[in-house]
Design a protein around this ligand. Structure first.
Ligand SMILES: O=C(O)c1ccccc1NCC(=O)[C@H](O)[C@H](O)COP(=O)(O)O
Length: 213
């Protein structure tokens, strides 16, 4: 089975190009002002213009309002919206109707119940992205380099497409794929030299590890 990779939080042409060259199926742009990876709609549009059509362009939002998500999606030619806030199933469905795009719902995971509860998004989201639950008081809901217990997803029977995120890097992604049998892995901190600064070498190593898994 092919495992697709998403490189998230890209903000520079050189590392975006490295992700595409290395075979990423998706590139991600973060639209959240508190993030060190935040980009404007204009920056994302410039980056998106470098990406061939077969590579998905995912915009990451945290509880966006209608105007933000609609205007940014159009400006940056997004193909999917990733919601990383407290969006309910009804809000996810409304954003899907508003944009006409695939909508991915990030699900913060600490326990098996977190995964079971995500079934509520069946029929609303197109994909569930399981990510580590941030500690209380964290500044960001994602991009923290934290992992959860992947064994919670072993044998998971999903009501919709799903992926694994949180604390992945070139050294551990093969194990994550082996334990979960996921079809999609997503990384941000694990391919950075420091928060917000992506590394071409780490992106290449990550994508190589995924292709060998
Ligand atoms: O990356 C961010 O700064 C961010 C900010 C606000 C919401 C979501 C964010 N990232 C979401 C992602 O898709 C990350 O790739 C995912 O959380 C995994 O991050 P990491 O553990 O750093 O690989």
């Amino acid at each position: 089975m092919t495992t697709h990779a998403k490189i998230c939080g890209l903000s520079e042409p050189a590392t975006l190009d490295a992700a595409v060259r290395g075979g990423a199926s998706y590139v991600g742009f973060v639209f959240f002002s508190k993030s060190p990876r935040n980009v404007t709609g204009e920056q994302a549009a410039m980056l998106a213009s470098r990406v061939a059509d077969h590579v998905g362009r995912v915009g990451v939002f945290v509880d966006p309002d209608d105007a933000q998500v609609k205007e940014t999606a159009a400006a940056a030619r997004l193909t999917a919206i990733q919601l990383h806030g407290d969006e309910s199933p009804a809000r996810v469905a409304a954003i899907k109707a508003l944009t006409g795009l695939d909508v991915w719902k990030a699900v913060p995971v600490r326990t098996a119940a977190d995964i079971a509860d995500a079934r509520a998004y069946a029929g609303a989201a197109d994909l569930l992205l399981f990510d580590a639950k941030p500690p209380k008081g964290a500044d960001l809901p994602g991009g923290l380099g934290l992992r959860f217990d992947w064994r919670l997803l072993s044998g998971y029977r999903a009501p919709l497409r799903w992926g694994v995120s949180g604390g992945l890097d070139a050294a551990n992604v093969r194990e994550a794929i082996g334990v979960t049998a996921t079809g999609l892995v997503d990384v941000s901190s694990g391919v950075e030299d420091r928060p917000g600064v992506k590394s071409m070498a780490k992106i290449e190593a990550f994508l190589k590890a995924v292709s060998k898994a």
